[in-house]
Design a binder for this molecule. Structure first.
Ligand code: ADP
Ligand code: MG
Length: 693
């Protein structure tokens, strides 16, 4: 099976399009997020210039959008501070003004040369009895012939104008072919949607404001296609995973009972419930593919330990995999006293184990001496053979994609998989990332936690906050200080963080810095020194390693808090408040905050419920926040906006499940069309699955 030929043109390089050459192709690619024609077609307009109505000045009605050819007669740059720049112009019927706020004089003079004719478009307003247009679109008369009557406006980047985009787009639109319909006919009809090719053409020829909205029929159809491709992939993965029979773990419960005695606390109801769900999965012959979702500190580790013991009780091995060396070591440290007390043998294997040590560890894993294996992804690399791996726990999933989940479970036959994530993501996002899994939720915290006091601080007040920190540090507090990477230039960002690091070091002495450019081992070392108390402050440019547990850390400072997604802020805040001491989180923002921004940050002051925060975050920021989604590692969508298309996602999920139930190899007529859809969205993994049969 290979890509259907109808898609070939869409997968051609952008340089095959008019106006895109070797020089600007890179700019295009950066703007579009991809190098092919389809990436351009998926670049959707955000506005349009309407040139359908061209009255004379005298006839131009108040409030209408018009396009007129006029002659520039005079410029009056801001006569007084605070007043706009006005340009007078005329035609045979009368005079009018063009009005610009905060505009550059040079730019306006270039766009509207005195005594020359130009074509302007915009909404006419009457001001003190005279017509004017604020911030008109301007085109030179030389372009009259090529001006589009309705010109869609696209997101741009320096070096790529709307004109070049339109030119290339005209070429790209010609590359669209009719494709077989992959939608269910009844559903398509019920939604009132048209065909794929028509929708893709129409989305680039908007004729009203309404058509620009994600709720429009055209955009809904395209969004649904994308969501269906996503859900179909996950359903296929799920189906293939489940086809291999799992094992039935019916241990006698002896080790689990011992662990319950060993731990100095009672399990919360949420922990009990999740554990029951896991044990039920493990006892059944179908493979477990379960996500354990719980906020930082909700007590996932003990649940994972119980699940692993359920496998060990039957003589099988269990593994737990963390995303970093330091987290793996932390798991080992947490589990050691418990496992030792029960006489369960374990090994810790990470990329750092080399030579003889590694050999010994590998042997213990292979001959079954190790009952539990703790480590990083090193535990499922080539060369690691398990005696009998029965279940695997993957901690902090968002670093591991679907692909890695599969790799690990290939290490044993029918390995039961439990994925743990501390990212409390909204239900809709859970579906897009984990639609192939069943979900257990730890939605209740262990008792006795002191809420973290959260404060919003303006950047101007940073100095007095630092003075306050000095006192806290003297009393033994440790501080995380986050300087996010947000600028276009990583170099500049890093410089900002290094500057902060220098300032703090002059103040406090024992300060460390971790950033994305460091090698993992270097990062780990700095964090280990912070954990050991050799450093008082840890400055970080990237999100601090999820899950690092330093109970003495009681203060979290986050600069440019307004640039983070709420869930990320919440997760960062979760690094503190882990010991008995009162903890604080300072959300430092710069400049005056808008209403929405204030509302967003205030949510964090009001609640520590990660799930609630995640829902609100999605509502408030919509699909607009790039940083939040990108850094969370969740799938990003080109056409779908999950804050609006949540219902479509749910429908796509049901659709996908039904399809795979009825036609798991996508052999039917619709199945074949759906394969084209998978190719369209480059769901390579799903296609591989189909091919492997
Ligand atoms: P997570 O991995 O979900 O962030 P952990 O498993 O590290 O959370 O648990 C956080 C802390 O809470 C640990 O010190 C753990 O021993 C403790 N803990 C877990 N469950 C309970 C409980 N039911 N009651 C009291 N403390 C608990
Ligand atoms: Mg944890």
């Amino acid at each position: 099976m290979s890509r259907p030929f109808e898609l070939d043109t869409l997968f051609r390089a952008l340089t095959t399009l008019p106006g895109v050459g070797p020089r600007n192709a890179k700019l295009f690619e950066k703007l579009l997020g991809g190098p092919k024609v389809l990436d351009l077609l998926w670049h959707l307009p955000v506005d349009f210039i309407d040139r359908r109505f061209s009255p004379t000045i005298a006839e131009a009605p108040n409030g209408r959008i018009v396009t007129m050819e006029v002659t520039v007669t005079s410029h009056s740059p801001n006569p007084r501070k605070g007043l706009p720049y006005r340009v007078k112009c005329k035609d045979d019927s009368g005079v009018m003004s063009l009005v610009f706020f905060h505009a550059h004089k040079d730019w306006i003079e270039k766009q509207l040369p005195d005594r020359e004719n130009v074509i302007i478009s915009g909404k006419v307003e009457y001001y003190q009895g005279n017509p004017q247009i604020v911030h008109p679109d301007i085109a030179p008369v030389a372009e009259r012939e090529t001006l589009e009557t309705v010109e869609p406006i696209y997101p741009l980047t320096a070096g790529v104008t709307n004109k070049t985009i339109r030119k290339a787009m005209h070429g790209a639109l010609g590359f669209i072919s009719k494709l077989p319909e992959w939608l269910d006919a009844a559903y398509k009809k019920q939604q009132g949607w048209g065909d794929w090719d028509g929708a893709l053409e129409a989305v680039h020829e908007p004729e009203s404001e309404k058509e620009l909205l994600p709720e429009s029929k055209i955009r809904q159809r395209l969004a649904y296609d994308e969501l269906l491709a996503n859900q179909l992939t996950l359903s296929l993965v799920r189906h293939r995973q489940r086809r291999i029979n799992g094992r039935t773990f019916n241990g006698d419960g002896s080790l689990r009972a011992k662990l319950k005695e060993e731990i100095p606390f009672e399990l919360t109801r949420a922990q009990e419930r999740s554990l029951l769900e896991i044990e039920k999965d493990m006892a059944e012959p179908a493979r477990m593919l379960r996500l354990l979702q719980g906020d930082v500190g909700s007590g996932k580790t003990v649940v994972a330990a119980m699940a692993m013991l359920a496998a060990v009780e039957t003589g099988a091995q269990a593994a737990i995999m963390a995303p970093t060396e330091i987290l793996a070591r932390q798991h080992a440290a947490t589990l050691k006293p418990w496992l030792d007390a029960m006489g369960v043998r374990f090994v810790t294997l990470t990329g750092r184990d080399k030579g003889k040590t590694r050999e010994t560890l590998l042997q213990q894993i292979e001959n079954g001496a190790a009952q539990i294996i703790i480590g990083t992804h090193a535990i499922f690399q080539e060369g690691v053979e398990f005696a009998d791996l029965g279940m695997a726990v993957i901690d902090e999933q968002h670093r591991f994609g679907v692909h890695q989940r599969l790799q690990l479970s290939s290490k044993g036959t029918g390995v039961d998989v439990l994925v743990m994530t501390a990212t409390p993501i909204p239900r809709t996002l859970t579906l897009t990332a984990y639609g192939d899994m069943d979900v257990s939720k730890l939605d209740e915290k262990p008792p006795g936690r002191k809420p973290v006091e959260t404060l919003l601080i303006n950047n101007d007040k940073l100095d007095s906050m630092v003075d306050g920190l000095a006192r806290k540090i003297q009393d033994g507090s440790r501080v995380y200080w986050v300087c996010p990477l947000v600028e276009e230039s990583e170099v500049l960002d890093l410089a900002a963080a290094e500057e902060r690091f220098d300032i703090l070091r002059q103040h406090f002495g024992k300060v460390g810095l971790v950033h994305g450019r460091m090698k993992p081992a270097e990062k780990d070392e700095v964090m280990a020194r912070f954990a050991a108390g050799e450093l008082n402050i840890l400055v970080a440019t990237t999100v601090i390693e999820v899950g690092v547990n330093v109970p003495e850390a009681t203060i979290m400072v986050i600069e440019h808090a307004e640039r983070f997604g709420l869930s990320q802020l919440h997760q960062l805040r979760g690094r503190v408040g882990r010991g008995g001491e009162q903890s604080y989180c300072f959300l430092v923002y710069s400049g005056p905050l808008g209403e929405t921004a204030k509302e967003r940050l205030s949510i964090l002051r009001e609640t520590e419920d990660g799930f609630l925060i995640a829902e609100k975050d999605l509502q408030l920021r919509g699909g607009g926040d790039i940083l939040g989604v990108k850094q969370s590692g969740l799938p990003a969508f080109r056409l779908a906006d999950l804050s609006v298309h949540g219902e479509l996602l749910a429908a796509a999920r049901d659709d996908a499940r039904l399809i795979i139930e009825k036609d798991p190899d996508l052999k039917s007529e619709r199945g074949k069309a759906l394969t084209t859809l998978l190719y369209l969205f480059e769901r390579d993994q799903a296609i591989q699955y189909l091919q492997s049969g």
